[in-house]
Design a protein around this ligand. Structure first.
Ligand SMILES: Cc1cc2nc3c(=O)[nH]c(=O)nc-3n(C[C@H](O)[C@H](O)[C@H](O)COP(=O)(O)OP(=O)(O)OC[C@H]3O[C@@H](n4cnc5c(N)ncnc54)[C@H](O)[C@@H]3O)c2cc1C
Length: 308
């Protein structure tokens, strides 16, 4: 019987993939097999409602270390739909698996449904200016970015867990691992973010945002220019179409214009607050609350008021 397969090397994203997988299961009436790189992850996915979870024992975390093993499981399950976490690595794995399956693939799907033997996926187009619907004939592969879905609650009856020893491609070995220089902070899971843009004149001035973030117990995020052009913050902290997608309860946007390429990564935040000198800045269209003012005056006042 054909099935639905999910995989992500990122445990939290794997759990989130269970939500669309369970929805697809309802319409297709096919079992879900979750693939994982650790036994703990396999058990967690079985607890979330995967009918069967497979721990790919000794599979490497790099693409060549696990892509063929994932394809073997896809083949075994005669998968009709394969959902893969849309990380950089996940997208490469998805492309590999789709090619091996000779199947079509869609990336960064926002919604998924099956109609007339096709997987219909909506995805953002033109840097967030439009949504398009893609139809991929089954079997199909789709990647889904982090935080597109919330993980489902625990299932009433957990699925079964199996360990499979995997042979990795012996031609590829992991020589060394170097840190990326990031702080290790994952802004995609933060409940509150203070996001900074080019309204800050120099790196030292980010201290104003750091102080506000400390009072709010928030993490710092930024626009692409701050991370990629100025290198004031690590790239893992920038939000947008080519950066991270975030969904915090509070997104406090300071000195950033709110261009569509940035907003596509944060527009699903619960509350957006903007501080900007330009009352016509696009950020005010998305903001729930706005302060038209100079961040160099507003931020110290806000921090002091919140400290009280
Ligand atoms: C293909 C493509 C992909 C892209 N992907 C991304 C992406 O993923 N993420 C991303 O962020 N960008 C991305 N961009 C860039 C994006 O288009 C914008 O250029 C960028 O987001 C703007 O950054 P910013 O808001 O920091 O700067 P600006 O647009 O220069 O805005 C600075 C803002 O600060 C305000 N300001 C100035 N001084 C003060 C002050 N003293 N107090 C308060 N406010 C002040 C100004 O009024 C202005 O609104 C992408 C662009 C392209 C073409």
């Amino acid at each position: 019987m054909p099935g639905i397969i999910i995989f992500s090397e990122d445990s939290m994203l794997a759990a989130q993939l269970m939500t669309p997988a369970l929805e697809l299961k309802q319409s297709l009436n096919q079992p879900i097999t979750a693939l994982a790189l650790s036994e703990a992850d396999a058990k967690a996915l079985a607890a979330l409602g995967a009918d069967h979870a497979v721990f790919l024992q000794s599979a490497g975390k790099w693409v060549d270390g696990c892509a063929e093993a994932i394809f073997a499981q896809v083949n075994k399950a005669a998968a009709s739909i394969v959902l893969i976490g849309g990380t950089l690595r996940g997208k490469t794995i998805a492309a590999y698996v789709a090619a091996r399956m000779n199947a079509g693939m869609t990336t960064d799907a926002k919604t998924l449904k099956v109609e007339n033997g096709k997987l219909l996926a909506t995805r953002v187009l033109y840097a967030g200016l439009a949504l398009c619907e893609e139809a991929v004939v089954l079997p199909a592969v789709a990647t889904i970015r982090s935080r597109t879905f919330l993980a489902p609650p625990a299932a009433a009856t957990p699925g079964t867990v199996e360990s499979v020893t995997v042979e990795t491609d012996a031609r590829v070995t992991l020589g060394a691992v170097s840190p990326t220089g990031d702080t290790g902070v994952d802004i995609t899971t933060a409940g509150k973010l203070v996001a900074v843009g080019r309204g800050f004149r120099k790196k030292e001035d980010l201290k104003l945002a750091e102080e506000l973030a400390a009072v709010l117990k928030a993490e710092l995020a930024c626009t692409r220019g701050i991370a990629e052009d100025e290198h004031w913050l690590p790239i893992a902290r920038y939000v947008g179409i080519s950066g991270q997608t975030v969904k915090p309860d509070l997104y406090l946007a300071v000195g950033l214009s709110g261009q569509v390429q940035h907003m596509v990564g944060c527009r699903e935040s619960k509350v957006i607050v903007a501080v900007n000198t330009d009352e016509r800045a696009p950020i005010f269209e998305a903001a729930d609350y706005g302060i038209v003012g100079d961040l160099y005056e507003v931020l110290p006042l806000l921090t002091a008021a919140l400290r009280k």
